[in-house]
Design a protein around this ligand. Structure first.
Ligand SMILES: [Cu+2]
Length: 144
């Protein structure tokens, strides 16, 4: 009876391991994960960022329009910031993509995001005006 319980226990452990591995593979491929929206609003330290992707889901190995609208607490555009974006994938070593955004209108910053592979990417947006640095974070989905 004890041996039978041990066998059943091992089977259950193996089954759990298989389910966990399958879930991990699905998440990395970006199938199971729902696509984050194209536009995400975030306020950090009083600075508001509206982060938008032109085509969405973005396309891997192509230039994808990445726009950040920065505004102050009073709603006025936050000008003259330097914006730096860093794209990476959690739990993967497929590479980091870094690029700068250019201010194309007061408080409106634009650049090209080029994800290396399909899946869910983390985008870290660093906004610096020489006096302080504010970090924004969002996820984005890249398709094939
Ligand atoms: Cu990857």
């Amino acid at each position: 009876m004890n041996a039978l319980n041990k066998k059943i226990g091992l089977w259950i452990a193996a089954l759990i391991a298989v389910i966990a591995i399958a879930a991990a593979i699905r998440t990395q491929a970006g199938w199971a994960a729902e696509a984050p929206p194209a536009t995400i609003l975030q306020t950090v330290d009083g600075l508001k960022a509206e982060m938008t992707l032109g085509t969405y889901p973005v396309k891997r190995l192509q230039s994808n329009d990445f726009t950040v609208k920065l505004s102050k607490p009073d709603g006025m555009p936050a000008s003259s910031y330097k914006l730096h974006v860093r794209l990476s994938m959690s739990n993967m070593v497929c590479g980091v993509v870094s690029f700068e955004l250019k201010e194309i209108a007061p408080g409106v910053y634009n650049g090209d995001a080029v994800p290396l592979m399909a899946g869910i990417w983390d985008a870290a947006v660093e906004a610096d005006n020489g006096e302080r640095t504010v970090m924004f974070n969002r996820k984005l989905k890249a398709g094939a």
